[in-house]
Ligand binder design. Structure first.
Ligand code: SF4
Length: 484
């Protein structure tokens, strides 16, 4: 294929990615700027942990989560890590002990990795050295880690290989290792032909082939079940031209095999669900219908319609079932799955019998419950003398003041439970947890009532979309004047 033709294909791919995922423009800017500059030990270490846990390196929320995990990893006695240890209730806690040990060994090594040596090495050898020294960087993780630090290495994983193969750029390859090498060469060739950095090519192909999470924007096309009818480069694709035709049976057969083998359910079995995109995961849940027999296509349609997984979780039953091809059976499946996720999140962090230690646990418990709520909802958490949760009780819906919540309503359930103290929780549908004047007034009122009834209020927590406000942590729980 000539350079002109490759440039045209590349421009179409780039245009498509930016049209469907405008945020990718900023990420691409970052990717282009990234240079190999002998990274700081801290960055190398943090990136390694993120790659091992399959977190998005360019997402600041993932970065701060990883920083937190890194601190936990070093501040704990690894031999004592137990899946029930609250600190490790996240991804690390779910790993078997030997994986945690390997992770720790790898993270320690990353801090003092011999980066000058890498500079002198060809990619293959650098990858071998990394894999040997950091046992958690298996498979393509070594590529991803080096890539994240600015080293010129592409990630010739299965989705990218599949895309290259379908385009007719990658010939049939005998072994997995040969496939990786050939794909790497092709990505390099494309980089030279279109004069774009290797990492940029890698990123765009990753999004297009579904190897990189697309945040529900539906940018991916060349998935295990390809969405050829919505593909901007279909006319240049060998697979598209020969599928269903008797010509070139060999390539067609292999392309079909790849489609079947890579079906999401099969990939979950082989690679684990963490390697699938949101659309692929959704497609496993959905049932095909007459109008849309391809569930992956339906999953993309759903995500495009909703805009993101978050928005999808906020949709009503009728809103979901009215999307063409979804229907009431799929709407019920989606709603029950999302509700299960909410319940799981709540159970994981905070619940009956657990100690109240910090407002963050309450926030984590309530956050998913309040996502998409259109009005304020008020809950009380009744606590015993050891600050253990006796019961979490919904009290009222509607604006805190408009609902005329009486102290009586709030304390009735606490008295029933013989609670020693309690926490008030309510949400702000606007997403900002900043307390209003009314919130402050009612907090003061309830605080006083709690003192009179000898059921003190431990905290009043306002749940926002991404943050919370804790009156106790902010030191604004107690009224300023002395009323004793
Ligand atoms: S036409 Fe289909 S198989 Fe070819 S690149 Fe596009 S999505 Fe992939």
């Amino acid at each position: 294929m000539g350079t002109m033709q490759l440039s045209e294909i590349w421009n179409k791919l780039l245009g498509h990615v930016i049209q469907f995922a405008p945020w990718a423009e900023d990420r691409l800017e970052e990717v282009r700027k990234r240079t190999w500059y002998l990274p700081s030990p801290e960055t190398a270490q943090l990136n390694l942990l993120m790659v091992c846990l399959d977190l998005d390196l360019d997402d600041f929320r993932h970065r701060s989560k990883a920083k937190h995990l890194l601190e936990e990893l070093f501040s704990s006695d690894v031999s004592q890590i137990d899946a029930k240890t609250p600190m490790f209730s996240g991804q690390i806690a779910k790993l078997p002990q030997k994986h945690v040990d390997r992770l720790l060994q790898s993270v320690k090594w990353a801090f003092e990795a011999p980066f000058e040596e890498f500079e002198q090495l060809p990619v293959d050898q650098a990858v071998i050295l990394v894999r040997k020294s950091a046992p958690s960087l298996k498979g393509f993780r070594a590529h991803r880690w080096l890539n994240s630090l600015g080293y010129h290495v592409a990630t010739p994983d299965l989705p990218r290989q599949r895309f290259l193969f379908r385009m007719g750029w990658l010939k049939e390859v005998s072994t997995a290792e040969a496939g990786k090498k050939a794909a790497f060469k092709e990505i390099q060739k494309l980089s030279v032909a279109v004069e774009a950095p290797l990492r940029e090519i890698d990123y765009v192909l990753g999004l297009f082939a579904g190897a990189i999470e697309d945040s529900g924007t539906g940018v991916a096309r060349c998935l295990a079940q390809p969405l050829c009818e919505e593909c901007p480069i279909a006319s240049e694709c060998l697979f598209f031209r020969i599928q269903g035709s008797d010509k070139d049976r060999g390539s067609g057969a292999l392309a079909d095999t790849m489609r079947t083998e890579d079906l999401p359910k099969e990939r979950i079995r082989k690679e684990g669900p963490e390697h699938l995109s949101s659309a692929e995961l959704l497609s496993v849940l959905l049932r095909p219908g007459q109008s849309v027999p391809n569930t992956l296509q339906l999953a993309h349609r759903l995500l495009r319609h909703a805009g993101s997984l978050r928005r999808l979780s906020e949709m009503s039953f009728s809103g979901l079932s009215e999307i063409p091809g979804v229907g009431s059976a799929n709407a019920a499946i989606l709603m029950s799955t999302l509700e299960l996720c909410r319940k799981f999140n709540e159970e994981d962090y905070f619940g009956v019998g657990q100690h109240f230690t910090k407002a963050e646990a309450v926030f984590t418990h309530f956050r998913s419950r309040f996502l998409g709520a259109k009005q304020e909802e008020i809950y009380v958490i009744n606590l015993d003398s050891q600050l253990k949760v006796i019961r979490i009780v919904p009290v009222s819906k509607g604006l805190l003041l408009q609902a005329q919540v009486e102290s009586r309503e709030i304390f009735k359930e606490a008295i029933k439970d013989s609670a020693h103290s309690m926490i008030i929780v309510h949400n702000h549908p606007s997403g900002s947890p900043k307390p209003s004047k009314a919130d402050r007034r009612i907090t003061e009122h309830l605080y006083r009532a709690g003192e009179f009834l000898r059921i003190p209020i431990q905290d009043h927590i306002i749940i926002g979309e991404k943050e919370y406000y804790s009156f106790a942590e902010e030191g604004t729980l107690e009224p300023s004047e002395d009323f004793s």
